[in-house]
Design a protein around this ligand. Structure first.
Ligand code: ZN
Length: 343
């Protein structure tokens, strides 16, 4: 029979779901900030799944999906295996509603595997790494882009066996699948060469991928929100694919899904500063040279037209995101949009 599953201070017996504070970090004034965890221990033995949401605490679709899936939809007495979910992986950023942790100016997405004697964010990352990710059969790190954007899963590179297990799980999740670029980029709050959480997992032989959902300023967090529904369905699909739940994988019929072999190309940049006017839709194939946005100055003069650097698609915009780029404007050298292409 399976044994009790303990993650820090939270333990669940077989057939139980338990939640609470797994561990905490201490701030300058002695305040302890808790890392919340939901531990679901299946009645039968099976794979171990680790899930993180709100690694960027401005991205809350995944938090809702974890709550609904683990508290309402999945019955631990019908589960084979176990799920360790951190609904708010970065409670430090969450204190201020920020994308990164203000306490140590760390982007938790690239803080793994972290360190036991590091900064507060590094310690939280290290706890998740040591107590959940390192022993998992699959890791999913939930993120999002701001509407208008495509729902997609990003799968980075690894050895063929580990990579194939990650790809099979991401296919079952069911949203558009995009491979990571083999080139390195500085994403917002990172430097070139930094590995994201799922990248660190894959490098260490743990299948992992990053589902990216559509966030928006008007989200209600209802169970009927399209992005919440897609996230919950994707999670249940993965559990079915891994044999942890009975049932068949359901297609993601409510969001746009592109079929094909895609890889991340990079981000387009502006040379001029001004307000960004969008000219194209996300998820639509665009020939090289297609004007995708124009930069307009404060007087209304057009300064620059941004073109597709390759034949491909946009999955979303790097501007227009209140959390990272504040609004739909850019300064010279700033990025405009995420580009991916067929391989
Ligand atoms: Zn994110």
């Amino acid at each position: 029979l399976p044994e009790a599953l303990k993650v820090g201070d939270v333990a669940a017996n077989p057939g139980e779901t338990r939640w609470g504070s797994a561990t905490s970090v201490e701030l300058r004034d002695g305040t302890r900030v808790s890392l919340p965890v939901i531990v679901m221990n299946g009645r039968e033995k099976g794979p171990r799944l680790a899930i993180t949401a709100a690694t960027h605490p401005t991205e809350l679709v995944g938090v809702r999906a974890v709550q609904i899936a683990l508290r309402a939809r999945i019955d631990p007495s019908e589960l084979s295996g176990s799920i360790i979910a951190f609904p708010v992986a970065n409670p430090l950023g969450m204190q201020f509603g920020e994308y990164v942790s203000p306490h140590d100016l760390t982007n938790m997405s690239v803080a793994y595997p972290g360190s036991r004697d590091g900064t507060p964010t590094s310690r939280l990352a290290n706890f998740i790494w040591e107590n959940a990710a390192k022993h998992a059969d699959l890791v999913m790190d939930f993120h999002e882009n701001v509407k208008p954007c495509l729902h997609f899963s990003l799968v980075h590179h690894s050895t063929p066996d580990v990579e194939n297990r990650a790809l099979e799980a991401a296919k079952a999740f069911g949203i558009t699948l995009i491979r990571g670029s083999k080139a390195s980029f500085a994403l917002p709050g990172t430097k070139a060469g930094d590995l994201t959480f799922s990248g660190v997992c894959l490098r260490n032989g743990i299948p992992a991928f990053t589902p990216e959902f559509e966030g928006s300023t008007e989200i209600s967090f209802s169970e009927n929100e399209t992005s919440v529904r897609a996230a919950v369905r994707g999670l249940q699909n993965v559990l079915k694919k891994l044999g942890m739940l009975k049932g068949t994988v359901e297609p993601q019929s409510e969001v746009k899904v592109l079929n094909g072999d895609f890889e991340f190309w990079g981000m387009t940049k502006a040379d001029r500063g001004g307000i960004v006017h969008r000219l194209v839709d996300v998820g639509t194939k665009l020939p090289i040279g297609t004007p995708i946005a124009k930069i307009v100055n404060v007087f209304g003069d057009e300064l620059e037209t941004i073109q597709m650097p390759v034949e491909g698609y946009l999955w979303g915009w790097t501007v227009g995101n209140p959390a990272t780029n504040r609004n739909w404007s850019v300064q010279c050298g700033g990025t405009i949009a995420f580009v991916f292409r067929e391989t």
